[in-house]
Design a protein around this ligand. Structure first.
Ligand code: OOG
Ligand code: MG
Length: 254
């Protein structure tokens, strides 16, 4: 087994067993290409177990997220069907190491989207948009990592909940949002925090995915990134996000 395959196995097993691991790049020797290769290999293990690819998540697309995690480069990860929570449903905290939650907006594509596309071209490929919550769960102890480490760990992807889909007719460039935990507002923000307009995140997803030979597909979901800092989650908590025009999404952590 190659070194990169070995890291993919270690990360995949950490996620499966909800066990934190030590950093894999403490010597700062992994390149970003290596990191995305590890991510691809670890997702390959999930696909081999029967999971299905459903899209892409973008990370560090808001200043709030970059500042919270101390990293300033955009990253992306691969989403599978096993990460999608049932809307309004319950999720078992035993699945996670140390989960956090953040408010996002999701795109559903009606046609493939690849390469250097403009914002209007990206919009033309969007079937629907929805409010979303992402549960991120770093497999590294203390939720601490450098850039290659978090990329190798599939950008901390763990689970996501979606609200109802809406046609993308409204101008969703600056929609106010409130994230609540047990009814208490914990983060307030706007979709404008995402690169000025969340469509820019979709444009970046189209470019980055095509660059590794996995162009965005019709039917795929793209998560645009956390619009506010993430909040720690504890068993028993209920989380919701309410977004102007688009309604809400939520889940209960058991
Ligand atoms: C990395 C994932 C970042 C986002 O929306 O910015 C991310 C992390 O914060 O652990 O999902
Ligand atoms: Mg996120």
């Amino acid at each position: 087994m190659s070194k990169l395959e070995n890291y993919a196995q270690v990360l995949d097993e950490a996620a499966l067993g909800s066990q934190a691991i030590a950093p894999i790049d403490s010597e700062n020797t992994l390149s970003l290409d290596d990191a995305y290769r590890i991510q691809s290999l670890s997702i390959g293990r999930r696909l081999a177990r029967g999971e299905r690819r459903v899209g892409v998540k973008m990370g560090f697309t808001s200043r709030a997220k970059m500042a919270q995690m101390g990293l300033s480069d955009m990253i992306w990860g691969r989403l599978t069907d096993a990460m999608l929570l049932e809307e309004g449903g319950e999720v078992d905290s035993g699945r996670f190491v140390h989960p956090r939650v953040e408010p996002e907006i999701a795109f559903l594509l009606k046609q493939p989207l690849a390469g250097n596309v403009s914002a209007p071209e990206a919009l033309a490929a969007v079937e629907a948009i929805a409010p979303a919550l992402e549960i991120i769960d770093s497999r590294y102890r203390d939720f601490k990592f450098n850039l290659p480490e978090v990329i190798a760990d599939n950008a901390s992807s763990s689970a996501f909940a979606l609200g109802a889909w809406h046609t993308p007719q409204c101008d969703f460039g600056n929609l106010g949002l409130v994230m609540r935990i047990d009814g208490r507002p914990v983060q307030v923000g706007s979709t404008a925090a995402l690169l000025g307009h969340p469509l820019r995140s979709l444009v970046a997803a189209a470019r980055l995915s095509a660059a590794v030979g996995e162009p965005l597909q019709a039917g795929w979901i793209v998560l645009a990134g956390g619009a506010t800092p993430a909040e720690w989650l504890k068993p028993g908590q209920h989380v919701s996000v309410q977004m102007q025009q688009l309604g809400s999404a939520g889940f209960q952590l058991r």
